[in-house]
Design a protein around this ligand. Structure first.
Ligand SMILES: [Mn+2]
Length: 364
Protein backbone atom coordinates (compact mmCIF):
# COMPACT_ATOMS: atom_id res chain seq x y z
CA UNK A 1 0.00 0.00 0.00
CA UNK A 2 1.11 3.54 -0.69
CA UNK A 3 1.67 6.06 2.09
CA UNK A 4 -1.77 7.65 1.82
CA UNK A 5 -3.63 4.36 1.38
CA UNK A 6 -2.02 3.22 4.64
CA UNK A 7 -2.85 6.45 6.43
CA UNK A 8 -6.46 6.34 5.26
CA UNK A 9 -6.73 2.76 6.49
CA UNK A 10 -5.32 3.79 9.87
CA UNK A 11 -7.75 6.72 10.05
CA UNK A 12 -10.58 4.26 9.31
CA UNK A 13 -9.41 2.17 12.29
CA UNK A 14 -10.58 5.09 14.45
CA UNK A 15 -14.15 4.30 13.32
CA UNK A 16 -13.92 0.96 15.14
CA UNK A 17 -11.84 2.20 18.07
CA UNK A 18 -14.33 4.94 18.86
CA UNK A 19 -17.42 3.01 17.66
CA UNK A 20 -18.41 5.78 15.29
CA UNK A 21 -19.92 5.71 11.80
CA UNK A 22 -18.15 8.75 10.43
CA UNK A 23 -14.87 10.52 11.22
CA UNK A 24 -14.70 14.27 10.68
CA UNK A 25 -11.21 15.82 10.66
CA UNK A 26 -10.92 19.58 11.10
CA UNK A 27 -7.32 20.00 12.29
CA UNK A 28 -5.16 21.17 9.37
CA UNK A 29 -2.15 19.07 10.38
CA UNK A 30 -4.24 15.92 10.78
CA UNK A 31 -5.92 16.54 7.43
CA UNK A 32 -2.51 17.09 5.83
CA UNK A 33 -1.13 13.88 7.36
CA UNK A 34 -4.08 11.65 6.51
CA UNK A 35 -5.02 13.02 3.08
CA UNK A 36 -1.86 14.66 1.70
CA UNK A 37 -3.76 17.92 1.15
CA UNK A 38 -1.69 20.67 2.74
CA UNK A 39 -3.95 23.69 2.23
CA UNK A 40 -5.01 24.01 5.87
CA UNK A 41 -8.49 25.17 4.85
CA UNK A 42 -11.05 22.45 4.77
CA UNK A 43 -12.34 19.32 6.43
CA UNK A 44 -11.97 15.59 5.77
CA UNK A 45 -14.91 13.21 6.03
CA UNK A 46 -14.08 9.53 6.35
CA UNK A 47 -16.44 6.58 6.58
CA UNK A 48 -16.39 3.04 5.31
CA UNK A 49 -17.65 3.81 1.80
CA UNK A 50 -16.04 7.15 1.17
CA UNK A 51 -13.17 9.49 1.88
CA UNK A 52 -13.81 13.13 1.06
CA UNK A 53 -11.86 16.36 1.36
CA UNK A 54 -14.15 19.38 1.55
CA UNK A 55 -12.72 22.78 0.75
CA UNK A 56 -13.47 25.89 -1.28
CA UNK A 57 -12.55 26.88 -4.83
CA UNK A 58 -9.28 28.50 -3.75
CA UNK A 59 -7.94 25.05 -2.89
CA UNK A 60 -9.89 22.42 -4.84
CA UNK A 61 -7.36 22.03 -7.66
CA UNK A 62 -4.41 21.69 -5.29
CA UNK A 63 -6.35 19.31 -3.04
CA UNK A 64 -7.20 17.04 -5.98
CA UNK A 65 -3.48 16.77 -6.80
CA UNK A 66 -2.31 16.31 -3.23
CA UNK A 67 -4.92 13.89 -1.85
CA UNK A 68 -4.77 10.80 -4.08
CA UNK A 69 -7.14 8.63 -2.04
CA UNK A 70 -9.81 11.28 -1.46
CA UNK A 71 -12.65 12.74 -3.50
CA UNK A 72 -12.46 16.53 -3.38
CA UNK A 73 -15.74 18.39 -2.97
CA UNK A 74 -16.16 22.16 -3.37
CA UNK A 75 -18.40 23.48 -0.59
CA UNK A 76 -19.47 26.40 -2.84
CA UNK A 77 -22.11 28.56 -1.17
CA UNK A 78 -23.54 25.58 0.69
CA UNK A 79 -20.92 25.70 3.44
CA UNK A 80 -19.38 22.74 5.30
CA UNK A 81 -22.32 21.51 7.35
CA UNK A 82 -24.91 21.35 4.57
CA UNK A 83 -22.39 19.79 2.18
CA UNK A 84 -21.55 17.09 4.72
CA UNK A 85 -25.24 16.45 5.32
CA UNK A 86 -25.83 16.03 1.57
CA UNK A 87 -22.83 13.69 1.09
CA UNK A 88 -23.94 11.47 3.97
CA UNK A 89 -27.56 11.38 2.77
CA UNK A 90 -26.51 10.50 -0.79
CA UNK A 91 -24.33 7.68 0.56
CA UNK A 92 -27.26 6.26 2.51
CA UNK A 93 -25.82 7.08 5.96
CA UNK A 94 -28.61 7.18 8.58
CA UNK A 95 -29.58 10.53 10.08
CA UNK A 96 -28.81 9.26 13.57
CA UNK A 97 -25.29 8.16 12.61
CA UNK A 98 -22.50 8.95 15.04
CA UNK A 99 -19.85 11.42 13.88
CA UNK A 100 -16.51 11.59 15.65
CA UNK A 101 -15.11 15.11 15.79
CA UNK A 102 -11.87 16.71 16.95
CA UNK A 103 -13.02 18.19 20.24
CA UNK A 104 -9.47 19.28 21.09
CA UNK A 105 -9.24 21.53 18.05
CA UNK A 106 -12.62 22.55 16.63
CA UNK A 107 -13.88 26.00 17.57
CA UNK A 108 -17.11 26.53 19.44
CA UNK A 109 -18.48 28.47 16.49
CA UNK A 110 -17.61 25.76 13.94
CA UNK A 111 -19.20 23.12 16.14
CA UNK A 112 -22.33 25.20 16.64
CA UNK A 113 -22.74 25.70 12.89
CA UNK A 114 -22.19 22.02 12.13
CA UNK A 115 -24.76 20.90 14.66
CA UNK A 116 -27.25 23.43 13.26
CA UNK A 117 -26.67 22.31 9.65
CA UNK A 118 -26.61 18.55 10.22
CA UNK A 119 -29.51 16.46 11.43
CA UNK A 120 -30.46 17.07 15.03
CA UNK A 121 -30.44 13.28 15.39
CA UNK A 122 -26.66 13.19 14.73
CA UNK A 123 -24.73 11.65 17.62
CA UNK A 124 -21.57 13.74 18.12
CA UNK A 125 -18.66 11.82 19.65
CA UNK A 126 -15.43 13.41 20.92
CA UNK A 127 -12.39 11.56 19.54
CA UNK A 128 -9.85 13.26 21.83
CA UNK A 129 -6.27 12.84 20.57
CA UNK A 130 -7.02 9.84 18.33
CA UNK A 131 -6.12 11.65 15.10
CA UNK A 132 -2.94 13.21 16.58
CA UNK A 133 -1.83 9.74 17.60
CA UNK A 134 -1.79 8.70 13.95
CA UNK A 135 1.18 11.08 13.61
CA UNK A 136 3.05 9.80 16.68
CA UNK A 137 5.59 7.57 14.89
CA UNK A 138 7.38 8.97 11.86
CA UNK A 139 8.06 6.78 8.82
CA UNK A 140 11.46 6.82 7.06
CA UNK A 141 10.33 9.39 4.51
CA UNK A 142 9.12 11.76 7.23
CA UNK A 143 12.34 11.25 9.18
CA UNK A 144 14.39 12.27 6.15
CA UNK A 145 12.35 15.48 5.78
CA UNK A 146 12.83 16.23 9.50
CA UNK A 147 16.55 15.46 9.20
CA UNK A 148 16.90 17.80 6.22
CA UNK A 149 14.98 20.54 8.04
CA UNK A 150 17.31 20.18 11.04
CA UNK A 151 20.38 20.13 8.75
CA UNK A 152 19.23 23.43 7.25
CA UNK A 153 19.21 24.75 10.84
CA UNK A 154 22.79 23.50 11.30
CA UNK A 155 23.88 25.29 8.14
CA UNK A 156 22.17 28.50 9.23
CA UNK A 157 23.90 28.27 12.62
CA UNK A 158 27.30 27.77 10.97
CA UNK A 159 26.56 30.83 8.84
CA UNK A 160 25.45 33.03 11.74
CA UNK A 161 28.70 32.29 13.56
CA UNK A 162 30.54 33.96 10.68
CA UNK A 163 28.51 37.17 10.92
CA UNK A 164 27.79 37.56 14.66
CA UNK A 165 29.54 40.50 16.24
CA UNK A 166 29.06 43.03 19.03
CA UNK A 167 26.84 45.85 17.80
CA UNK A 168 24.32 43.63 16.01
CA UNK A 169 20.78 43.70 17.35
CA UNK A 170 18.70 40.68 18.30
CA UNK A 171 16.33 41.45 15.41
CA UNK A 172 19.25 41.45 12.97
CA UNK A 173 20.41 38.08 14.30
CA UNK A 174 16.93 36.59 13.93
CA UNK A 175 16.54 37.95 10.41
CA UNK A 176 19.94 36.62 9.34
CA UNK A 177 19.04 33.15 10.62
CA UNK A 178 15.70 33.26 8.81
CA UNK A 179 17.16 34.42 5.49
CA UNK A 180 19.86 31.79 5.79
CA UNK A 181 17.31 29.00 6.29
CA UNK A 182 15.20 30.20 3.35
CA UNK A 183 18.27 30.38 1.13
CA UNK A 184 19.07 26.78 1.98
CA UNK A 185 15.71 25.40 0.90
CA UNK A 186 13.31 26.06 3.78
CA UNK A 187 9.78 26.99 2.71
CA UNK A 188 9.14 28.89 5.92
CA UNK A 189 9.73 29.03 9.64
CA UNK A 190 8.44 26.40 12.02
CA UNK A 191 7.96 29.06 14.73
CA UNK A 192 8.96 32.66 15.44
CA UNK A 193 12.75 32.82 15.74
CA UNK A 194 14.12 33.60 19.18
CA UNK A 195 17.32 35.63 19.50
CA UNK A 196 17.66 36.73 23.12
CA UNK A 197 20.75 38.41 24.48
CA UNK A 198 22.06 39.51 27.86
CA UNK A 199 19.28 39.86 30.43
CA UNK A 200 16.68 39.00 27.75
CA UNK A 201 18.09 35.46 27.55
CA UNK A 202 16.51 34.67 30.91
CA UNK A 203 13.09 34.66 29.16
CA UNK A 204 12.76 31.23 27.50
CA UNK A 205 10.48 32.54 24.73
CA UNK A 206 11.76 36.10 24.41
CA UNK A 207 10.81 38.08 21.30
CA UNK A 208 13.82 39.60 19.43
CA UNK A 209 14.29 43.32 20.19
CA UNK A 210 16.56 46.14 19.10
CA UNK A 211 18.88 45.33 21.99
CA UNK A 212 22.50 45.49 20.83
CA UNK A 213 24.86 42.57 21.49
CA UNK A 214 27.72 43.50 23.75
CA UNK A 215 30.75 41.93 25.40
CA UNK A 216 29.84 39.39 28.06
CA UNK A 217 26.31 38.70 26.77
CA UNK A 218 24.92 35.26 26.32
CA UNK A 219 22.97 35.05 23.07
CA UNK A 220 20.34 32.29 22.88
CA UNK A 221 19.13 31.45 19.40
CA UNK A 222 16.15 29.09 19.11
CA UNK A 223 15.10 28.61 15.51
CA UNK A 224 13.62 26.18 13.06
CA UNK A 225 12.31 25.90 9.55
CA UNK A 226 9.89 23.93 7.44
CA UNK A 227 11.12 21.55 4.77
CA UNK A 228 8.52 19.67 2.68
CA UNK A 229 5.98 20.36 5.41
CA UNK A 230 8.17 19.12 8.27
CA UNK A 231 9.50 21.27 11.09
CA UNK A 232 12.90 21.59 12.68
CA UNK A 233 13.87 22.98 16.06
CA UNK A 234 17.24 23.72 17.60
CA UNK A 235 18.74 26.06 20.17
CA UNK A 236 22.28 27.19 20.75
CA UNK A 237 23.57 29.70 23.29
CA UNK A 238 26.83 31.46 22.51
CA UNK A 239 28.89 33.97 24.47
CA UNK A 240 29.78 37.35 23.02
CA UNK A 241 33.46 37.73 23.88
CA UNK A 242 34.46 37.19 27.50
CA UNK A 243 32.01 36.31 30.28
CA UNK A 244 31.02 38.93 32.88
CA UNK A 245 30.89 36.49 35.74
CA UNK A 246 32.13 32.97 36.40
CA UNK A 247 28.59 31.79 37.09
CA UNK A 248 27.76 32.10 33.37
CA UNK A 249 30.24 29.34 32.61
CA UNK A 250 28.98 27.20 35.51
CA UNK A 251 25.40 27.53 34.26
CA UNK A 252 26.39 26.73 30.67
CA UNK A 253 28.31 23.62 31.71
CA UNK A 254 25.40 22.46 33.87
CA UNK A 255 22.88 22.79 31.03
CA UNK A 256 25.24 20.98 28.66
CA UNK A 257 25.81 18.15 31.14
CA UNK A 258 22.05 17.80 31.70
CA UNK A 259 21.38 17.78 27.96
CA UNK A 260 24.01 15.12 27.23
CA UNK A 261 22.92 12.91 30.13
CA UNK A 262 19.26 13.02 29.07
CA UNK A 263 20.19 12.25 25.46
CA UNK A 264 22.07 9.10 26.43
CA UNK A 265 18.90 7.82 28.14
CA UNK A 266 16.83 8.10 24.96
CA UNK A 267 16.07 4.64 23.64
CA UNK A 268 13.03 2.41 23.05
CA UNK A 269 11.40 1.54 26.34
CA UNK A 270 12.65 4.60 28.22
CA UNK A 271 9.82 6.54 29.87
CA UNK A 272 9.39 10.15 28.79
CA UNK A 273 9.04 11.52 32.34
CA UNK A 274 12.15 9.63 33.45
CA UNK A 275 14.28 11.12 30.68
CA UNK A 276 13.02 14.54 31.77
CA UNK A 277 13.97 13.73 35.37
CA UNK A 278 17.58 12.95 34.45
CA UNK A 279 18.14 16.48 33.17
CA UNK A 280 16.00 18.05 35.90
CA UNK A 281 17.94 16.31 38.69
CA UNK A 282 21.31 17.43 37.34
CA UNK A 283 20.06 21.02 37.19
CA UNK A 284 18.55 20.79 40.69
CA UNK A 285 21.73 19.23 42.13
CA UNK A 286 23.69 22.18 40.77
CA UNK A 287 21.37 24.48 42.74
CA UNK A 288 19.18 25.68 39.86
CA UNK A 289 16.07 23.56 40.47
CA UNK A 290 13.78 26.61 40.41
CA UNK A 291 15.32 27.94 37.20
CA UNK A 292 14.10 25.28 34.75
CA UNK A 293 10.33 25.70 34.46
CA UNK A 294 9.52 24.10 31.13
CA UNK A 295 9.50 20.49 29.96
CA UNK A 296 12.67 18.89 28.60
CA UNK A 297 11.29 18.32 25.11
CA UNK A 298 8.46 17.81 22.69
CA UNK A 299 7.87 15.74 19.59
CA UNK A 300 8.17 17.41 16.20
CA UNK A 301 6.55 16.61 12.87
CA UNK A 302 4.23 18.56 10.60
CA UNK A 303 3.63 20.74 13.65
CA UNK A 304 6.34 22.11 15.92
CA UNK A 305 4.87 20.86 19.22
CA UNK A 306 3.55 17.31 19.06
CA UNK A 307 3.04 14.45 21.49
CA UNK A 308 4.64 12.72 23.29
CA UNK A 309 6.69 15.14 25.37
CA UNK A 310 9.69 14.73 27.65
CA UNK A 311 8.01 16.22 30.69
CA UNK A 312 7.16 15.36 34.30
CA UNK A 313 3.52 15.29 33.15
CA UNK A 314 3.91 12.85 30.23
CA UNK A 315 4.32 9.17 31.05
CA UNK A 316 4.82 7.42 27.72
CA UNK A 317 7.25 4.80 26.53
CA UNK A 318 9.66 5.93 23.81
CA UNK A 319 9.43 3.94 20.59
CA UNK A 320 11.49 3.87 17.38
CA UNK A 321 10.18 6.58 15.04
CA UNK A 322 9.43 9.18 17.69
CA UNK A 323 11.18 12.46 16.81
CA UNK A 324 11.69 14.56 19.90
CA UNK A 325 13.68 17.53 21.19
CA UNK A 326 15.97 17.58 24.22
CA UNK A 327 16.26 21.16 25.47
CA UNK A 328 17.08 21.83 29.09
CA UNK A 329 17.65 25.40 30.20
CA UNK A 330 18.56 27.48 33.23
CA UNK A 331 17.07 30.97 33.46
CA UNK A 332 18.12 33.56 36.05
CA UNK A 333 15.57 36.40 35.80
CA UNK A 334 17.10 39.81 35.11
CA UNK A 335 20.55 38.28 34.61
CA UNK A 336 20.94 35.65 31.87
CA UNK A 337 19.77 32.28 30.61
CA UNK A 338 21.11 29.28 28.72
CA UNK A 339 19.31 26.65 26.65
CA UNK A 340 20.76 23.93 24.41
CA UNK A 341 18.45 21.95 22.13
CA UNK A 342 18.87 19.09 19.69
CA UNK A 343 16.18 17.21 17.79
CA UNK A 344 16.62 13.41 17.73
CA UNK A 345 14.85 10.37 16.37
CA UNK A 346 14.45 7.28 18.54
CA UNK A 347 16.00 4.28 16.76
CA UNK A 348 15.92 0.53 17.45
CA UNK A 349 18.88 0.75 19.83
CA UNK A 350 19.03 4.36 20.98
CA UNK A 351 18.73 7.59 19.09
CA UNK A 352 20.09 9.43 16.08
CA UNK A 353 20.83 13.10 16.65
CA UNK A 354 19.44 15.04 13.70
CA UNK A 355 21.32 18.17 14.85
CA UNK A 356 25.03 18.32 14.14
CA UNK A 357 26.01 21.74 15.47
CA UNK A 358 28.70 21.95 18.15
CA UNK A 359 27.54 22.30 21.75
CA UNK A 360 30.74 23.17 23.61
CA UNK A 361 30.64 26.86 24.57
CA UNK A 362 31.36 29.05 21.57
CA UNK A 363 32.68 32.59 22.02
CA UNK A 364 32.14 34.98 19.16
MN1 LIG B 1 11.80 23.12 21.02
Amino acid sequence: MGTYETRLARARDILNEKSIDVLLLTDGYNIHYVTGYAGHEGMALIFNDQAVVLTDSRYTEAAAKEAPCFTVVDIKSEGYGKTIRRILAEAGVREDASIGFEDRQISYRQMKRLSEDLSERTVWVEIGDAAEYLRYLKDPEEIECLARAEAIGDEAFAHILTVLKPGMTEREVALALEVSMRERGASGLSFDTIAASGENSSMPHAVPTDRVLSEGDFLTMDFGCIYRGYCSDMTRTVLIGKEREAEQIRVYETVLRAQKAALTAIRPGAMTHEVDKIARDIIADAGYGDCFGHGLGHSVGLFIHEEPRLSPKCEKELEPGIVITCEPGIYLPGRFGVRIEDMVVVTEDGYRNLAGSPKELIRV
